[in-house]
Design a protein around this ligand. Structure first.
Ligand code: PHB
Length: 397
């Protein structure tokens, strides 16, 4: 009797053991973006790109491995808030990877934390050229401003003689200004004046009036995409700069795809250089845009920040797969340095193992009406597999 009971217990135990799922390996990823305030449109792009990737790819992870995306609102370019949230994510939530980040000031503020806690960080947008030098645990899949504006400056010098620059007054704006001026002057162009516009609550009208009065051939502009891009183009058109023959050019941030339809005809003819256009006809991009529209609405285009988030998640999935879900910070950074994706929606990309920054193509584009809708039409690949030009030009000899 006793032994029968023992056998039954054994059998039941065995059945219960088999029915229990394998212990799940959950990778905790801290995702910081902007969900409130004037920068919420940019944050929404990161959120949409990351969530779409997760939805379509989570099922493809090896059995038992799960990604837990823990989202936090940094409320905008607010370094103090960013620091507090990153601390909470690292200490309380015990995230193994930090990602998201629209804003350079926030990324710079949390850099020391990634080094102290050894938490790998992947920038989905924050583009400031110096960020990755602040911690060996940081890498970037987005871009630097120099990647777009330096080739644009060289191109513009062949078409225009006198340029005026107008940029947002924060680190990425300063870098856009410096990179464009270097390219434009190296090509023989002249800068007649430069202005920096406050990042918070800018009124573009007085600045556009000053540009109009100065009568340059070309206006180079930069603002942090989102609603500011639309406001600046509208001020440019409303004050008659286009009619006065002043061409508007800049990095792709000024005609970001998710805002483009709202810019109206004022945007037609604007020339930009960038790594991503929703209108690009690469098969990987067509599939991405179709999936994005299916998820979020047929009228909505993904912008470059949505693609940054998509590619960032792809990089995270790659390090998870390679380590079977057991994230080791140093191993993760080594893996990141050798990441390549020949099929990103933006074209082929890779991480530069020396700098942990992105290598990608840059395209010259013009805003045109295609089938009744505005599009950033890619005209040519102006730079192929370009490393950050600032770091290349400033390499210690
Ligand atoms: C940044 O803060 O790095 C940033 C934000 C918006 C942009 C580009 C760069 O469009």
């Amino acid at each position: 009797m006793k032994s029968r009971h023992f056998v039954t217990t054994l059998l039941l135990g065995g059945v219960m053991f088999c029915a229990m799922p394998l212990a799940a390996q959950t990778v905790k990823v801290g995702f910081m973006s902007t969900f409130s305030g004037p920068g919420a449109a940019q944050g929404d792009q990161l959120d949409k790109g990351a969530k779409l990737y997760l939805k379509l790819n989570s099922g493809k992870l090896p059995k038992g491995i799960k990604v837990d995306l823990i989202s936090r609102d940094d409320t905008g370019a607010n370094p103090d808030v960013a620091k507090r949230i990153a601390q909470e994510l690292i200490v309380r939530d015990k995230v193994q990877i930090l990602t998201g980040f629209v804003w350079t000031p926030n990324a710079a503020a949390i850099a020391p934390l990634t080094a102290e806690a050894k938490v790998p960080y992947i920038s989905m947008n924050a583009a400031g050229v110096n960020i990755l030098n602040l911690s060996p645990y940081m890498a970037r899949v987005s871009f630097t401003l120099w990647q777009s504006v330096y080739p644009l400056g060289q191109w513009a010098a062949k078409k225009f003689k006198r340029a005026y620059t107008a940029v947002s007054d924060f680190a990425p704006g300063h870098e856009a200004e410096e990179g464009f001026i270097k390219g434009f002057k190296d090509g023989g162009g002249e800068i007649i004046d430069s202005v920096r516009i406050p990042l918070a609550n800018p009124d573009f009208v007085p600045y556009m009036q000053r540009v109009k009065d100065a009568k340059p051939d070309v206006l180079f502009g930069f603002n942090p995409a989102g609603k500011q891009a639309t406001a600046m183009i509208k001020a440019y058109a409303d004050l008659g700069l286009a009619k006065a023959g002043i061409k508007y050019i800049g990095p792709g941030d000024i005609t970001t795809d998710e805002e483009l339809q709202g810019m109206g005809d004022a945007a037609i003819g604007v020339i930009t250089v960038h790594h991503y256009s929703a209108a690009a006809d690469r098969p990987a991009n067509k599939a991405f845009v179709a999936a994005y529209k299916k998820e979020y609405g047929q009228k909505l285009n993904p912008g470059f920040m949505a693609v940054g988030a998509w590619d960032g998640m792809d990089l995270i999935f790659y390090v998870i797969r390679a380590q079977k879900g057991k994230i080791d910070p140093d191993k993760t950074m080594e893996l990141i340095k050798h990441y390549k994706n020949p099929n990103s929606p933006r074209g082929p990309i890779a991480i530069d193992p020396e700098t942990r920054d992105i290598i990608q193509n840059e395209y010259l584009r013009e805003v045109r009406k295609v089938g009744g809708r505005l599009a950033n039409v890619e005209i040519e690949t102006i730079a192929t597999q370009l490393k950050d030009p600032w770091k290349e030009l400033n390499k210690k000899k």
